[in-house]
Design a protein around this ligand. Structure first.
Ligand code: NAP
Length: 244
């Protein structure tokens, strides 16, 4: 069975930008699956939004676990038969602050890439048949301006000194993956875009961010709701193009 209702999935949505992205998509009338790796925290986060009257469903999904991905895909297939919007939001930052780029451990690199890169590729590959079953799916990859080569080589850029290598390079890889997938899907109605949410006050930066969470979710939501004339293969923040 394929539902006529629009269906969205947001990963890493138990807190922060993810929860707010779910809220804003659901406020736009889209049935939104709030995905998280811990079942009880996922159910609790979804209930908060359901209590606001929003069309939100919890779904357990650890993006680094192939069995969990397979179970989520099967659940979406059997309940809805398609997926209109995928927001790859789950992410981690585990570099040790203050350590030189050459001193971060390989374990840090591997752990970071498992969540921020390989999980994005694996989940997207697994969901592609359901995305193709929707009339005009949108894939949003939550990247970061810290993944921008253009900004990292520019001594006048505000992030020039933020050399957090495993995290930053993982987001550069997300950007490159976005371009490659957009190329593959260029003759389909599917659009694939990367966004920078802004420097947002969340647990990831212990509240040190500069903008509030609702504003931080806007770039993801705007790209999730893009019309047919919108871009694909872009990297933006609140509609402004960022340097690769
Ligand atoms: P956050 O508050 O730390 O939230 C991260 C979310 O990802 C949590 O819900 C976490 O779930 C989830 N997650 C981590 N590993 C997961 C896994 N294996 N499977 C499923 N979920 C997993 O961070 P945030 O600031 O909202 O970040 C959201 C996204 O924005 C990330 O991709 C981040 O890199 C990006 N971003 C953030 C900023 C910023 O200033 N905050 C700037 C640029 C980009 P648990 O609770 O289970 O750990």
């Amino acid at each position: 069975m394929t539902t006529s209702e629009k269906i969205a999935l947001v990963t890493g949505a138990t807190r922060g930008i993810g929860t707010e992205t779910v809220r804003q998509l659901a406020q736009a009338g889209i049935r939104t699956l709030l995905a998280g790796r811990d079942a009880s925290r996922t159910t609790a986060a979804a209930k908060t939004l359901q209590d606001e009257g929003l069309p939100v469903e919890p779904i357990t999904l650890d993006v680094t676990d192939s069995a969990s991905i397979a179970a989520a895909v099967e659940s979406i297939q059997s309940r809805y038969g398609k997926l209109d919007i995928l927001v790859n939001n789950a992410g981690i930052l585990v570099d040790e602050m203050g350590k030189a780029p050459s001193q971060q451990t390989l374990d840090t690199w591997r752990t970071t890439f498992d969540t921020n890169v390989f999980a994005v590729v694996e989940l997207t590959q697994a969901l592609l048949p359901l995305l193709k079953a929707a009339p005009a799916a949108r894939i949003v990859n939550v990247s970061s301006q810290l993944g921008s080569f253009g900004l990292h080589v520019d001594p006048s850029s505000s992030i020039y000194h933020f050399k957090i290598p495993a995290y930053n390079v993982s987001k550069s890889a997300v950007n490159a993956w976005t371009v490659h997938l957009a190329y593959e899907l260029r003759d389909t109605p599917i659009k694939v875009n990367a966004i920078h949410p802004g420097y947002v006050k969340t647990e990831m930066n212990k509240g040190a961010g500069e903008i509030d969470v609702p504003t931080g979710a806007r770039s993801s939501v705007e790209m999730a709701l893009l019309g047919a004339d919108g871009p694909t293969g872009s990297f933006t923040h609140l509609g402004n193009t960022l340097p690769w």
